[in-house]
Write a protein of this length. Structure first.
Length: 167
C-alpha cells in the first residue's frame, strides 16, 4: 500500500519525537499508535540512555495497547514509527495483535548508515519485520523523510563516538 498524506503526517510526528529523543541524549526513534478513527492514542520516543535497552517506543506501544485496548481495537490500529521495528519490537507487536506498521526508514537503511560511519553492529541481528512476524501488514520506507532521519542518526553517531559509546 502506498503511503498517503495522512501516513506522512504521522511519520513526520515520529521524526519530531526522534529529534526530541536525540535532544534528550537518547537514540533517535519515535512512534505513534493511531486507532481506526485516526486518533493518536499513544506516542513515545526512545528512552534507552539510562541502560535499559528494551525501552523502545514500539515496545511501549505494545505494552500500553495490551492494557488499554481490546483485541479488536489493537487489530485495526496502526503503529507509525521513525525506524522499522527491531526484532524485539516486531515480536511484541505481533504477540499483542496490533495491526499495520508504517515506518520512515528501514532497518537495512539504518544498518548501512551505521556501517558507513564505522559504527559497530548492534547486539541483535537486524531483520526486517516480515522475517519476525510475516503476517503483519507493513509499509515503508518513506523516501521523503530519509534525509531528516539520516541526519538525526548521523548526529547520534557522532555523539556516540565522541562519548566512547557503542550505541
Amino acid at each position: 500500500m502506498a503511503l498517503n498524506d495522512i501516513d506522512l503526517g504521522h511519520l513526520e510526528r515520529c521524526v519530531e519525537l526522534a529529534r526530541e529523543a536525540l535532544d534528550d541524549g537518547d537514540e533517535p526513534f519515535g512512534s505513534l499508535l493511531v486507532d481506526a478513527t485516526g486518533v493518536v492514542r499513544f506516542e513515545d520516543r526512545n528512552r534507552v540512555k539510562d541502560g535499559d535497552q528494551t525501552r523502545h517506543p514500539e515496545f511501549a506501544i505494545a505494552r500500553w495497547s495490551a492494557e488499554q485496548l481490546t483485541p479488536d481495537e489493537r487489530g485495526v490500529a496502526t503503529v507509525y514509527t521513525s525506524g522499522e521495528h527491531c526484532p524485539m519490537c516486531a515480536a511484541a507487536h505481533a504477540w499483542v495483535g496490533l495491526g499495520r506498521i508504517v515506518y520512515a526508514v528501514s532497518s537495512a537503511q539504518l544498518t548501512t548508515w551505521r556501517t558507513d560511519w564505522g559504527l559497530p553492529a548492534g547486539p541483535v541481528q537486524s531483520l526486517a519485520i516480515s522475517q519476525i512476524a510475516p503476517g503483519l501488514p507493513v509499509d515503508g520506507p518513506a523516501p521523503q523523510l530519509q534525509a531528516s532521519m539520516r541526519q538525526l542518526h548521523h548526529r547520534h553517531a557522532i555523539g556516540s563516538r565522541a562519548a566512547g559509546s557503542e550505541h
